[in-house]
Design a protein around this ligand. Sequence first.
Ligand code: ADP
Ligand code: MG
Ligand code: MG
Length: 520
Amino acid sequence: MATLAAEPLTAEPLTAETYPPPLTEGEQDGLVQAIKDWSMGNGLAVRPPPAVIPVDADPAGIAAINAPVTLFPSPFPRRCFDQAKAVQPTYNELYASVSRDEEFLGQMVKEVLDGDDFIRNLWQTHLRVKEEGYTQPLSLGLFRSDYMVHRDGSTSPPSLQAKQVEFNTIASSFGGLSSFTSQLHSFLASTEYPLLSRPMDVGALDLPECRPVEGLAAGIEAAFHAYAASELGHPTCVVFLVQSEERNVFDQRHLEYQIVKSSPTIPVFRLPFADILTHTSVAETAKRQLLYRLPRNPTRVLEVAVVYMRAGYGPGDYPDRDAWEARYQLERSAAIKCPTVLTQLAGTKKVQQVLAAPKVLARFIDDETTSAGELWKTFTNIYPMDRSDAGLEARKKALDAELCQAYVLKPQREGGGNNIYRGAIPDFLRSVPEEHWGSYILMELIVPPPVSNLILRNGRVERGGVICELGVYGTCLWNQGTGEVLRNEEAGYLLRTKGDKSEEGGVAAGYGCMDSCALV
Ligand code: ADP
Ligand code: MG
Ligand code: MG
């Protein structure tokens, strides 16, 4: 590795004292009204949780509400923003490469499967398909790499770095809503902000372009076009695999609408994960095409070119053996999967931990390049919880009432709400059989600089300190067999913001809200 040492970036002043500007009650109400209308007018929306609109108040299921959103774009250091965007193609390449390394992934799985049936079942699914042989060499990744700004106070002046929280290889969400959040803040900057009694220098607001809808849809379209024409004479299609009770449906619909807008000839369907076996089958041919029978008209059969998974990332979608059979059916079919089981496994926290250890990157990418050096700078310290020397050291930290305050303990799960933070770690660990500790990783907490904002959630405004998490999307299409990369693009950003008293930041999980960047 050429440049191991992180180059300190100079801290830009973050104006937590002056931004966002103070609002009179009337101004706040006006801003809220503008946001409520713009959001519903433009699809910056979610289906309501029952606590907000009870099911019996909306038996037809026609209600939608504003997605939680900040009243102002949050200041975000330009250097960190540029750093995260620039490194995305290298991350895409890295994770495509990890997905192809079955031996490496097998080792990772072995280290966590004692305490983790979900990961064990995923691996079994891969092994079953491997036995008869994969028929689709192409693999699609719609990735999202998440970061927080790390403020290193040990240097003078303090330095700022984008540090990776995690890398998502399955169901990376909020690209749809993110495009619209950015547009909302731009709209407010040209209509509402200039009218405030403490007018902001709106001209100085640097709101970067944000187009993940186009970027992510283009990734799916690229895979669709790379799928060989049907030999069976059926029309080909894209299937969005979704959860039945999904509330974040418009986020997904925006991608679907974009595909239909830019490629009107591509049919796109939504299929609940629980209905895979009912509505799809695998052709008894050498190629094993995935056939989709339209539920509303079962005589219409389409061949699935791309399966885009917005479900299947956690144990909740696999209540029984049939659910695993359904995943197996997709995996053994000729459809291009986004993601394959192997790519899903590449996105585990265990893999992230191992990649952050010295010398491991070289196995996957040319680690002498500047871009690999840039990627390395985004890593933070992550430790195994196994019986290795590093693992035993980490166990000491995790069990110590003082030391544990600087860490988060993570299982191999996605979707938010699964981590254990700071002082809760020792008791949690003691409640888990020691032979299962290896299925967790211990990560240093990233401490971002203070930012404040106002959050509009379920019609109420909360004001205070917030923590921002940047996500950068990437699309990658590659050949699992040859390693040839057919597409590798950075695909826009997401900013999610949570109150600084909240540990978790997932918007869907109810903790965070949508935001956009005002670069400083
Ligand atoms: P998931 O796959 O469930 O989203 P994450 O690793 O993203 O898991 O963790 C969930 C949330 O926990 C993040 O969005 C972030 O708010 C917080 N978090 C995770 N790791 C860290 C960290 N190292 N430092 C600070 N906050 C973290
Ligand atoms: Mg995740
Ligand atoms: Mg996350």
